[in-house]
Design a binder for this molecule. Structure first.
Ligand code: ADP
Ligand code: MG
Ligand code: ZN
Length: 602
């Protein structure tokens, strides 16, 4: 990355002086610390040495590695050893000797102080003659905003995120020709928020948009604002937008937005950091409001914790489009592995698909790490190619570390999650709620969910009938029901479903007048599951007796719905069993796959 600073010849010369000083003091040694001569002989014996260059009293060489683009260098001090040459020849090492010249060293030894002094003089003199005022913007915070041009990142560098890519392609088209969108009167959303677990390629995709469209990429990281002085963060945000406007078309990317955009109430109360964050956030909100996407600047941000973001950031006209990037499924993982193994020589018999099968829950970054680890294991073994067993060894090592950090499901747990999620899906398909099941997955996602069933309404709905609410309850409870019927034991996995179901059932009784016993009165007026808010204290303006009836009625609704769920699942058990099998092997089932299974087995 190149910080955006104006070119200053004085500074340049100053740095050049220091560089030369460093070089002449250190000599021409490569950065690697020397290894003992005995170690060198061992390398030689093990046939690990590719080539050596002998000069003066040092030997510098390269080791054989699998990854040709990353050669491993070493150096050692020479020992009087007449057997060296025959040994090198026997080991098939390419070797040569170079004559060490001291001319450059000697010259630099007296040239560098001169250059250093010239630079210093220029620096002082130049500053004295320069007019004071706007040119001297040291207070401005330009140095920390990074701008990159000609990014080499492309969409093809990120695999397993096809849905997100399709959506982001629209942005590339826009950046390539902003006027096309204006002409059609189309309005782009103001800001795009990439949401997904760490390491799934959010930063990668943002850079790929800039690379594909060949525009400048202004980026800043939310966490950089944390340790700043009051007022500096706000100034930086202002600079960022100002500079971007001058470079349109371009991209502004705010990585890790949650570090900056935490809901204001969530910050530690009363600390100085709080003031600073609040100022910065307010400045960002102000910039967003004055932001005009038709000028050819695309605003992107990324976060893995959307739930802590200040709601003001997500309002319409701000970051009003969310693009979800999930952990990859088996097919996605195969493609990601293929990308990261491009530079590595792999065994032709290696099956990437079977490695993908062993790595459920791995993110793109985890897979990249895995590819590296496997290559290291193979190199240690002295092998020429990376084989299946190297991957198995690397996976074991990595999973040990990952299990603590994120969720990797064991085989048994995955099966349970599959039954649970297919329970939801089966009930949803069978009860025809006016929604289709878009996707079922057993890949852990986000903070809490181990798997998920994505349902999608088939049309816009404003009113919900009693029958539909009852069916909805049954779908929510079907996850638990499926565990109970097909897994013989229940788990804690349904807690969230039960919460939601209870909310709905209670609202049916207290707000929608759907209980015959209680009639049309409403109770607990402020609570609403549809507003997504929980009021801390409910006002109880009814009798203890009424309160008991509310509880009974709620209970009644829930248990009726649970019976409906059980009945539905039992009558579609063939479909459920078959799709669980498919789900376990593929990890995600898409809408059309579910439809096929449904047509076949129901
Ligand atoms: P995030 O920003 O979502 O935390 P990054 O974009 O920083 O994740 O990903 C880190 C690295 O992991 C990337 O540079 C890339 O090498 C690898 N990676 C992540 N996701 C993918 C993917 N979908 N395809 C290929 N490589 C990926
Ligand atoms: Mg990132
Ligand atoms: Zn569930």
């Amino acid at each position: 990355m190149t910080p955006q600073t104006r070119f200053n010849p004085a500074v340049f010369i100053f740095l050049l002086g220091i560089l030369l000083l460093g070089r002449s003091l250190l000599g021409d040694n490569k950065e690697t610390p020397p290894i003992p001569y005995s170690q060198f002989l061992i390398y030689l014996k093990d046939l690990k040495v590719e080539s050596v260059v002998i000069s003066g009293d040092t030997i510098q060489g390269t080791l054989k590695t699998l990854d040709k683009s990353k050669p491993e260098h070493f150096s050692t001090l020479k020992v009087e050893d007449p057997t060296l040459t025959p040994q090198l020849a026997q080991a098939g090492v390419r070797f040569e000797s170079v004559h060490e010249s001291t001319f450059f060293k000697d010259t630099f030894a007296w040239v560098f102080p001169l250059i250093l002094m010239a630079g210093f003089w220029w620096f002082i003199f130049g500053r004295m003659n320069r007019p004071q005022g706007p040119l001297m913007n040291y207070g401005k915070s330009k140095a920390k905003i990074y701008v990159e041009h000609d990014l080499k990142t492309r969409f093809s560098d990120a695999a397993g995120t096809d849905e997100a890519k399709a959506e982001l392609q629209e942005l590339v088209d826009f950046l390539k020709d902003p006027s096309k969108f204006n002409r059609l009167g189309g309005r782009l959303p103001t800001g795009f928020l990439l949401v997904g677990p760490p390491g799934t390629g959010k930063t990668l995709l943002a850079r790929a948009i800039a690379g594909e469209a060949n525009v400048a990429f202004f980026s800043i990281n939310g966490s950089e604002f944390v340790e700043m002085f009051v007022g500096l963060g706000a100034a930086r945000v202002r600079d960022l937008f100002e500079q971007a406007r001058e470079h349109s078309p371009c991209i502004i990317f705010i990585d890790e937005l949650d570090a900056l955009g935490k809901a204001r109430g969530l910050n530690e109360m009363g600390s100085g950091a709080n003031d600073e964050k609040e100022q910065t956030l307010n400045q960002l909100l102000a910039e967003l409001d004055g932001f005009d996407p038709s000028t050819g600047v695309i605003l992107l941000a990324a976060t893995n914790r959307p739930e802590v973001l200040d709601p003001a950031l997500l309002r319409s006209g701000r970051f009003d489009r969310q693009i979800v990037i999930d952990k990859p499924d088996r097919k996605g993982r195969t493609e990601i592995l293929r990308i990261h193994l491009k530079k590595v020589s792999i065994d032709p018999d290696l099956s990437l698909d079977s490695i993908a099968g062993l790595t459920a829950g791995f993110s793109g970054a985890d897979l990249e790490n895995l590819a590296n680890e496997a290559a290291i294991v193979a190199t240690r073994r002295g092998a020429q190619t990376v084989e299946q067993k190297d991957f198995t060894a690397a996976i074991e090592r990595i999973i040990g570390g990952l299990e603590r950090k994120s969720r990797i499901l064991s085989g048994e747990e995955k099966k349970r999650v599959a039954y649970h999620e297919m329970g939801h899906a089966t009930a949803s398909l069978a009860l025809e709620l006016g929604e289709t099941v878009h996707k079922v997955s057993v890949i852990p996602r986000g903070v809490g969910a181990l798997g998920y069933t994505m349902r999608r309404p088939t049309e816009d709905r404003y009113l919900v009938s009693k029958q539909e609410l009852e069916a909805k309850l049954a779908v929510l409870l079907a996850g638990r029901a499926s565990e109970a019927v097909f897994f013989s034991d229940i788990s804690t996995g349904a807690a969230d479903d039960l919460d939601k179901a209870t909310d709905i059932a209670r609202s049916m009784v207290t707000r929608f007048g759907m209980s015959e016993t209680l009639g049309l009165e409403t109770f607990d007026r402020e609570t609403s599951p549809f507003l997504n808010q929980r009021v801390l204290s409910r006002s109880h303006d009814y009798s203890e007796h009424t309160s008991q009836i509310i509880d009974q009625e709620t209970h009644q609704l829930i248990s009726t719905a649970y019976r409906l769920a059980l009945k539905t699942l039992k009558s579609h058990s063939k479909f459920l069993e078959e799709s669980v099998r498919a789900l376990l092997s593929k990890e995600t089932l898409e809408e059309h796959e579910l439809k096929e299974l449904w047509a076949h087995y129901s």
